[in-house]
Design a protein around this ligand. Structure first.
Ligand SMILES: Nc1ncnc2c1ncn2[C@@H]1O[C@H](COP(=O)(O)OP(=O)(O)OP(=O)(O)O)[C@@H](O)[C@H]1O
Ligand SMILES: [Mg+2]
Length: 325
């Protein structure tokens, strides 16, 4: 994959570390940097162009590997050139992609990512065609050695299977509850231990109510240990059973150059922290640092860079936000 900006990963992390199984989306990101995003009709010249691995679960798997964990990725692509490139790119990052389904006659998903001068992104995603839905060939036995399973909603049949099996095994799970069909969020959120929504995902799950109430509803949907929502540079709101009010994990202040994938990296780092046995608040802090570094550098950090940020941070005390009655 020429021009891919996924360099910086050493490919290490495959030989040691806690195991995280990441299930869901992998796409080819075509990233255009522009000065301004003009309203249509318009023609804009890109300052730069790059092709890289994208997709929530795939970016999360790469984050797990770079941060010193062992990452397994389960997802679907077509048996086409783009699918082959994605498989190689994942493997080059040290991700075990042997569970990547490459389907004959299917088309691999891709995204057009437009990044403006402020580092803010707009994304158009083509979700592919004829990708198989049946997850029964996945090597579910890998879950027995996993410290956490992380699923996004883009292969819901696989997410449901993995969440149910993880729960049977007592393996912790987490969900990237991104923007998707309401019925999928309703189906999957109760099956996970840690539901971490993107802002739009929470609005779809609990329409017309403030985020604090949305999180309370998510927590009641099943035996969840955490419901949270990420709000970019505004940080993360979170609620766990027994908490009277919603907590806020502030974001680490950084100068963002490219916010694409910050949420994906946040989720991968969170899942790794849980797999390592970190407490909830520590895991949220760890994940916030990973998301901030991704937004700052436009690339997924390694463990040393993340630890440096954590060690140097004069931490903002977590605020308690009163839940509106
Ligand atoms: N500009 C930023 N500065 C500092 N931290 C950030 C910034 N953007 C994101 N983060 C961190 O990453 C987390 C996830 O980001 P965000 O809420 O933007 O995810 P998202 O909406 O799911 O986006 P995507 O999935 O495209 O990455 C935030 O809660 C925050 O901790
Ligand atoms: Mg996201």
């Amino acid at each position: 994959m020429a021009d891919r900006d996924i360099s910086g990963g050493s490919g290490k992390g495959a030989e040691a570390g806690a195991l995280v199984v990441c299930v869901g989306q992998v796409v080819t990101d075509h990233t255009f940097r522009v000065d301004e995003v003009e309203p249509p009709p318009s023609k804009t010249t890109a300052r730069s162009y790059a092709m890289s691995v994208g997709g929530m679960a795939a970016n999360a798997a790469i984050a797990v590997a770079r941060l010193g964990g062992r990452a397994v990725f389960w997802g679907r692509v077509g048996r086409d050139e783009a699918g082959e490139e994605l498989r190689h790119a994942l493997e080059a990052e040290g991700v075990d992609a042997s569970g990547l389904v490459m389907a004959e006659g299917a088309r691999t998903p891709l995204s057009a990512v437009i990044v403006d001068k402020m580092g803010e992104r707009s994304i158009v995603t083509y979700r592919g065609e004829r990708l198989p839905t049946d997850p029964s060939a996945l090597p579910l036995e890998r879950l027995e050695e996993a410290g956490c399973v992380l699923c996004d909603p883009r292969w819901p049949e696989a997410a449901e299977l993995a969440f149910r099996r993880a729960r049977e095994l007592g393996v912790p799970s987490a969900m990237d509850a991104e923007k998707s069909e309401e019925r999928l969020l309703r189906q999957l959120v109760p099956l996970t231990d840690h539901a971490i929504f993107a802002k739009t995902g929470l609005t779809i799950f609990a329409p017309g109510v403030p985020p604090e109430e949305g999180l309370a509803r998510a927590l009641k949907a099943g035996p969840l240990k955490l419901a949270a929502v990420t709000l970019g540079e505004k940080g993360t709101l979170w609620l766990a059973p027994g908490m009277g009010e919603v907590g806020r994990r502030p974001a680490f202040p950084v100068d963002a150059t490219n916010t694409t994938g910050a949420g994906d990296v946040f989720h991968g780092a969170f899942a790794l922290a849980i797999a390592e046995g970190q407490e909830l608040e520590d895991a949220l802090r760890f994940a916030s640092a990973a998301g901030a570094l991704r937004a700052r550098d436009g690339r997924t950090p390694d463990r040393a860079t993340l630890e440096e940020l954590l060690a140097g941070a004069t931490d903002v005390p977590p605020l308690r936000v009163r839940r509106k009655a």
